[in-house]
Write a protein that binds this ligand. Structure first.
Ligand code: NDP
Length: 326
């Protein structure tokens, strides 16, 4: 495993990490969840990603039980949560979501309880909240750090301008600003990481923990010949994700990339993950998996990076034709 600094912070994250969205407490049973965490930890993964909204809190409960059972030293791994969506559902009251001081503090307490840990290493604002002044959120995150309940805070899917605003507020009041962002990044979704955040890397030393490196599975090539029911995109209630992910343009790119991956002797998921790792502004690529064998395969991306020479990367660009203009 390779470890990279989370932006300009001193925290070293494994370049491949593991998250439990749609799997823990939903798609996979607790025994499989345990197996996935174990395989990840044994391969050197030191960052486990979670959120209050994942399986409406159940994902944190499952992960918390595993962390407790494993007795891995607390100082050997990093665990995150995210606040914004609350526990989801149509019965949420206004105070149970968003980035107000009240919800951020209560969400943090509740995540600590579900995960059975004394502090969260990383705490993300899962989305930007137009209903809360950014000052309120920055002060709250700073105070949670002072209280020892979180160590670093960050954002997820905020625009560069929104992140910059949070930084300026933090600077003005000598508070601790956001250390990292968690954006989607993969061969099909490049704008934020490759264009929007450029200035933030150089001026703020922003770190990134990127999500959905396989675009929920389309970049494994498994949907190239038609829909496969027994997969994430076949889960009831995820029709919105299925429609968005299996758009014609995505499938066409996946088909061409699969042929190319074979030509250079890689599997499609390994190529897609290795491609993300080539970006030096990515601190960690968060993997998702429903089976241990998928994780084992995906770890081959570390080695596969050597095959992605500038010439190969150029040939990939000719297939993707979606490089953001800078
Ligand atoms: P991916 O895009 O990599 O999708 C993972 C899924 O792809 C797996 O669950 C599995 O689904 C399939 N898969 C993985 N490897 C293989 C393989 N080798 N062969 C075949 N199929 C494979 O990542 P996720 O979308 O899961 O995102 C990763 C993490 O990022 C999440 O767990 C979460 O922690 C974080 N995240 C954060 C978000 C945010 O807003 N901040 C949003 C979304 C995710 P299956 O077997 O069911 O097909």
């Amino acid at each position: 495993m390779e470890y990279r600094r989370l932006g300009k912070s001193g925290l070293q994250l494994s370049v491949l990490s593991f998250g439990s969205w749609l799997t823990f407490g939903k798609q996979v049973g607790d025994a499989t969840a345990d197996e996935l965490m174990t395989v990840a930890y044994d391969h050197g993964v030191n960052f486990f990603d979670n959120a209050e909204i994942y399986s409406r809190g159940q994902s944190e409960i499952v992960m918390g039980e595993i962390l407790k059972k494993k007795s891995w030293r607390r100082d050997s791994y990093v665990v995150s949560s995210k606040v914004f969506f609350g526990l989801g559902g149509s019965d949420l009251r206004p105070t149970q979501k968003g980035l107000s001081r009240k919800h951020v503090v209560e969400a943090c307490e509740q995540s600590l309880e579900r995960l059975q840990v004394d502090y969260l290493d990383l705490f993300f604002c899962h989305r930007h909240d137009k209903q809360t002044p950014v000052e309120e959120t920055v002060w709250t995150m700073h105070n949670l750090i002072q209280q020892g309940k979180i160590l670093y805070w960050g954002t997820s899917e905020w625009t560069a301008a929104e992140i910059m605003e949070a930084h300026l507020v933090a600077q003005r009041h000598s508070l601790i600003g956001p250390t990292m962002e968690q954006p989607q990044y993969n061969m099909l979704e490049r704008f934020k990481v490759e264009e929007d955040y450029q200035l933030l890397y150089t001026s703020l030393g922003l770190g990134t923990t990127v999500w959905s490196p396989l675009a929920s599975g389309v970049l494994t090539g498994k949907y190239n010949e038609g829909f496969v029911k027994e997969t994430r995109l076949g889960i009831e209630g995820l029709e919105w994700l299925k429609d968005r992910t299996l758009a014609q343009a995505n499938l066409e790119r996946a088909r061409k990339l699969t042929v190319f991956a074979k030509e250079i002797g890689l599997s499609m998921p390994v190529l897609a993950i290795a491609w993300c790792l080539k970006n030096e502004h990515v601190s960690s690529v968060i993997l998702g998996a429903s089976k241990a064998a998928q994780l084992v395969e995906n770890f081959q991306a570390l080695e596969a990076r050597n095959k992605l020479t500038p010439e190969i990367m150029d040939r990939i660009e000719l297939i993707l034709l979606n490089k953001p203009k800078r």
